[in-house]
Ligand binder design. Structure first.
Ligand code: ADP
Length: 491
């Protein structure tokens, strides 16, 4: 394998290109017209334009990507996350064109890509699952009956859903039928697949996932857990490893369950098995993500491994270089996703130009990003600007480092999740490890937060005015003095 094409953009394209360069391999970047001057384009050895900004005409255009790859003599394609990374048709097309897809086989992607097929695949392995239906809901009367057996509240989920989309909570039998009907039509229009199913709504869950790594020789290890419970709109904002609540015993159980899930679909490459953990520390299989996760850096920090390098080694047929017993957790890592979003306004996207963009620079801090000062954030793609990752000796140290790194990270021109990150790091419940996926709803009161920020801004204004008046007084005093030197000494 000599030349790899990275079929992605933004921070993840840059991050993958770095490892390709480190391994002494050649790289090809692809870009849309909106990304002509983006860092990932400049970082690669070669770059080709896929077409207009819209993803469907660029980063999702399978034929164009494969056509360019073949004509440029590419040996393998890394899909990153999002876009085509979990598209079994793409993985197969890459293989059929004589190249290597850096990821699992198309069969594993297809079976884990559908939440229902995934449940079916893992069923016989005795892995705990959230109580619910294991088939698509068609008959509304039967569904209402089943919902009462499961017990309200229930969650209706789209089998093809992802990114926190396609979920509806049903609180009582009266709204069950109408909610299912709505969920089916939404799933059909959003994902082109109207299959929905029901799960018990776990009232106080934590989202804890396990990173797995599997080669083509039957070797498999897990790289411990990541806790991703700090979410908005069912999507992660802050992740950490290890979790504050996972004991060595629970880690072992969850790790073994994750490996079983991976085995159930003949998994190879890096993958993530997601679980919900309830207030009694019971865990339930949620789904498997068949790609490199956004939050993979926290695992890299505590294991010292480069997951992209491992993916590439596996893809070129190498055996894993370590066994489970060789691996251990060292230190603690936290990641903040720095989105161009306004936390004070329901985390809505905040578009604009990066008038100022200064990264923090201190030991134990890693910034994965794909932007530079002066760039405008394109409206066409995910508004993730950067991932701010810290590494500390322990959780307290990592929290302290994150506070300082956020303070140093200066972004002007758009609102970002940086101040939300500070809020979480300062929060008592977070520091104690006492939180669940409802952290934002429970603790993040935007009115109080806005008022606090206004108060701080007012105080800063008063201090600045005072300083200015003092300076003015001194200048006046000095100007009117016949003995400048003595006046200055007295000051
Ligand atoms: P997606 O594929 O859209 O990311 P997931 O099934 O991974 O969907 O769930 C995303 C998030 O939704 C979880 O991290 C959790 O916060 C919430 N969630 C999912 N299933 C349940 C459930 N049964 N009970 C409570 N919360 C859930």
């Amino acid at each position: 394998m000599k030349k790899i094409l990275v079929a992605n953009r933004g921070e993840i394209a840059v991050r993958i290109l770095r490892t390709i360069r480190k391994m002494g391999l050649k790289s090809v970047a692809v870009f849309s017209e909106a990304d002509r001057n983006a860092p990932h384009v400049l970082f690669a050895d070669e770059a080709v334009c896929l077409g207009p900004a819209a993803s469907s005409e660029s980063y999702l255009n399978i034929e164009k990507i494969i056509g360019f790859a073949v004509s440029l003599g590419v040996d393998a394609i890394h899909p990153g996350y999002g876009f085509l990374s979990e598209n079994a048709v793409f993985a197969k097309r890459v293989n059929d064109a004589g190249m290597i897809f850096i990821g699992p086989g198309p069969g594993a992607i297809a079976s884990m890509g559908s939440k229902l097929a995934a449940k079916e695949a893992v069923k016989k392995y005795g892995i705990p699952m959230v109580p619910g239906t294991d088939k698509a809901v068609n008959d509304l009367d039967e569904a209402t009956r089943l919902a009462s057996t499961i017990g309200y509240p229930i969650l209706i989920k789209a089998s093809a859903g992802g990114g926190g989309k396609g979920m509806r909570i049903v609180h009582s039998a009266d709204e069950c039928r109408s909610q299912i009907e709505r969920a089916i039509s939404e799933a059909q229009s959003a994902f082109g697949d109207g299959s929905v199913f029901m799960e018990k709504y776990i009232s106080s869950p934590r989202h804890i996932e396990v990173q797995v790594l599997a080669d083509h020789h039957g070797n498999m290890v897990h790289l411990f857990e990541r806790e991703c419970s700090i979410q908005r709109r069912h999507q992660k904002v802050i992740e950490e490893s290890p979790s504050a609540i996972v004991t060595p015993e629970l880690r072992k159980q969850m790790g073994e369950a994750a490996l079983m899930v991976a085995r159930s679909c003949g998994y190879t490459s890096t993958g993530t098995v997601e679980f919900l953990v309830d207030e009694n520390r019971k865990f339930y299989f949620l789904e498997m993500n068949t790609r490199l996760q956004v939050e993979h850096p926290v695992t890299e920090m505590i294991t010292g491994l480069d997951l992209v390098e491992e993916q590439i080694r596996i893809a070129r047929g190498e055996k894993l270089r370590f066994k489970q017993d060789d691996l251990a957790i060292k230190g603690h890592s936290i990641e903040l996703r720095v989105y161009a979003e306004d936390p004070a306004n329901d985390f809505l996207p905040s578009i604009g130009k990066l008038n100022r963009y200064t990264r923090p620079a201190m030991p134990g801090v890693r910034v994965d990003d794909g932007y530079e000062e002066g760039m405008t954030i394109p409206v066409y793609y995910d508004p993730l600007l950067a991932k701010l990752v810290v590494y500390g000796d322990d959780r307290t140290d990592a929290i302290a480092k994150m506070k300082e790194a956020i303070r140093q990270f200066r972004i002007d021109g758009v609102s970002t999740t940086l101040p939300f990150g500070s809020f979480v790091m300062e929060n008592h419940a977070f520091a104690e490890g006492d939180f669940d996926t409802h952290f934002v709803k429970k603790h993040f009161d935007t009115d109080a937060w806005n008022a606090g920020r206004e108060q701080k801004a007012r105080l800063a204004g008063i201090i600045a005015l005072r300083f200015y008046l003092d300076q003015l007084k001194k200048t006046v005093a000095v100007t009117h003095s016949s003995d400048n030197w003595r006046m200055r000494v007295r000051d």
